[in-house]
Ligand binder design. Structure first.
Ligand code: SAM
Length: 243
């Protein structure tokens, strides 16, 4: 059954009034008709099983048949802190890690990240929110992962408000601890993964991260591309705590 994230104002009494963009998708793309059933989600933990009633070019109305709590959110809050890079790669990371279960995407500008200036990417935010939303709808997520404004590496490792229980910096030069060891026996409820750029982290950055409470961990002896490292490490955390 098709799923659509909607806004609070789209829910009126016992009806859902889908906004124009979703109405277009329902009518023109999915070619659904009156009487069909879809799921609408308010991104606050509820999902609505609705039946389409009126369908026209501008608006689609549906009656709410049932309201229930969302089921598919992971048991662990996972924030992916990932260095800004060229568009396709960054979008692949956001799409795949949304499907796998991240709850927040925090872009970072480090000394070697391909993107050094936030102005280079501001115009992409709308597109990126759409990619996250489509990935969340396709993977039957109950909530949309948050997308934060990019921050500098220095700001990130000294960020006080983002204080997960466990902060890991993925470092290919780490020889002491592999990610499995840091996750084993962890009983907290939130993890942050910090993934470096194509050129890696500088030693100064790793030292700064350690000072900020991050634990350097290895993903094994092979050197992974940043998108591989982001996706596989997200999967490892979900494997450990949510499967
Ligand atoms: N030093 C790497 C090289 O020689 O190509 C450059 C960085 S790697 C391409 C991109 C990022 O993926 C790294 O900054 C790190 O965060 C992560 N990464 C890749 N392989 C890893 C591994 N075996 N263990 C931990 N992190 C890894």
């Amino acid at each position: 059954m098709h799923r659509f994230f909607i806004k609070k104002e789209n829910i009126q009494n016992n009806e859902i009034i889908f906004p124009e963009e979703i109405s277009h998708q329902i009518k023109r793309v999915l070619r659904l008709s009156s009487g069909d059933h879809v799921i609408a989600l308010n991104n606050e933990g509820d999902e609505f099983h609705v039946q389409l009633q009126e369908i026209n070019d501008k608006v689609v109305r549906a009656s709410i048949l049932e309201k229930s709590p969302v089921q598919n959110e992971p048991k662990i809050q996972l924030t992916l802190m990932v260095c800004l890079t060229q568009r396709e790669k960054f979008e692949l990371i956001m799409q795949k890690c949304t499907e796998i279960g991240v709850t927040c995407i925090q872009p970072v500008i480090s000394s070697r990240s391909l993107v050094q200036n936030i102005d280079e990417v501001k115009s992409k935010y709308l597109r990126w929110h759409k990619i996250i939303q489509e990935a969340a709808e396709q993977s039957h997520r109950g909530l949309l992962p948050k997308f934060n404004e990019p921050v500098s590496f220095k700001q990130l490792v000294t960020l006080k408000d983002v204080n997960p229980d466990l902060k890991l910096i993925l470092w290919e030069e780490e020889t002491g601890k592999v990610i499995k060891q840091s996750l084993h026996g962890f009983t907290g409820s939130s993890v942050s993964l910090l993934v470096g750029p194509e050129g890696g982290f500088s030693h100064e950055e790793v030292a700064l991260a350690v000072e900020g409470g991050f634990i350097p961990v290895s993903l094994g002896r092979r050197i992974l591309r940043m998108e591989t490292a982001a996706i596989i490490s997200t999967g490892i955390v979900m494997y450990e705590f949510d499967l």
